[in-house]
Design a binder for this molecule. Sequence first.
Ligand SMILES: [Zn+2]
Length: 385
Amino acid sequence: MNAPYGGRLVDRLVKGGRAEKLREEARELQPIRLSAEEELDLDKIAIGAYSPLEGFMTREELESVISKGELPSGLPWTIPILLDARREEVRFSEGDEVRLEGETFGALGVMRVEEIYEVDQKEVAQRVYGTLDPRHPNVRRLLTKGEGVAIGGRVELIERPAFNGVVGPYELTPSEVRALISERGWRTVVGFQCRNPPHLGHEYIQRLAMELYDGLLIHPVTGLLKEDDYPPEAIIEAYEALVGNYYPKGKVLLASLGIEMRYAGPKAAVFLAIIRRNYGCTHFVVGRDLAGVGGFYDPYEAQQVLRSMRDELGIEPICVKEVYYCGKCGWGVTENTCTHVGWSYNVTTISQTYIRSVLRRGGTVPAGVLREEVLEVLRKYYQRN
Ligand SMILES: [Zn+2]
């Protein structure tokens, strides 16, 4: 199991009697209403998923992250974690304590306001996502925020966000995942990032990981995805179907990661790798276009970046090529494992768009591309919509 990023797992989740006392005190404080994205970030800071961050970023931290790709300490960090507000909503001063209220998932926290500062969201969008194109989902969100301020400071969490009954039980903290890893005695743990229900492409890589390493952490992002992504509960139920029916219990853990998906290509890949290190992973699977969207990023650049940063980040990337279904081989393949890729009509690209179009038509996919049990789950969600 890997040590946390920065050496120590941050724990700002208040429990027991102290939580009750803090909840009482928080009633008297000025409130800040958190967007769903911010609420999920508050949770991930507090449970240590974003270690070594202990709060929302100050101006110095933001500047350092967007200009140098590192925290002021020099540790690499690529994605700003900000708490935004409109100037007129700010009825408190630096040094005050405020109450953090999540409106979507009901998170409750307290923050010591260290700094209130102007933020140009346009600049943040350009520096982090490399574009101001409103077709980019994260950029579109930042641009609609416009001018405003950010509030930096350390946080404490009294109440974690409440996820729905399907996702909730899987929303484990890094300490909980680490305890399970240690119970199983895994020394090498492969983190698997995903945001879609599993098809043959995922299964091919997951089986390789289970073959070569002690354990596999399947860790789908289930917070806020793009409009056309599957709902989080569909992803979880589909994975329950695959893991429950096909994978050996001693080799795999399924947990969810409720965050806003940042589609920032290589920068998001660094961020996602750091998070998995905090959950105890020693290795991290980097497939084609790991955290890209709509052709904005070179699909294999994330692999180069994570390879070049493996020592600084302290997590080993497992770089894999795109997986296809080959009718001739009758199996999942990549250009490294099948001679037909690139020229044969037998080779099919397995895309979510393709699977969705089949689901919509009510047709069927080639045997093996989707497990029957997974297909059943997805049909259920498609009939519902
Ligand atoms: Zn083949």
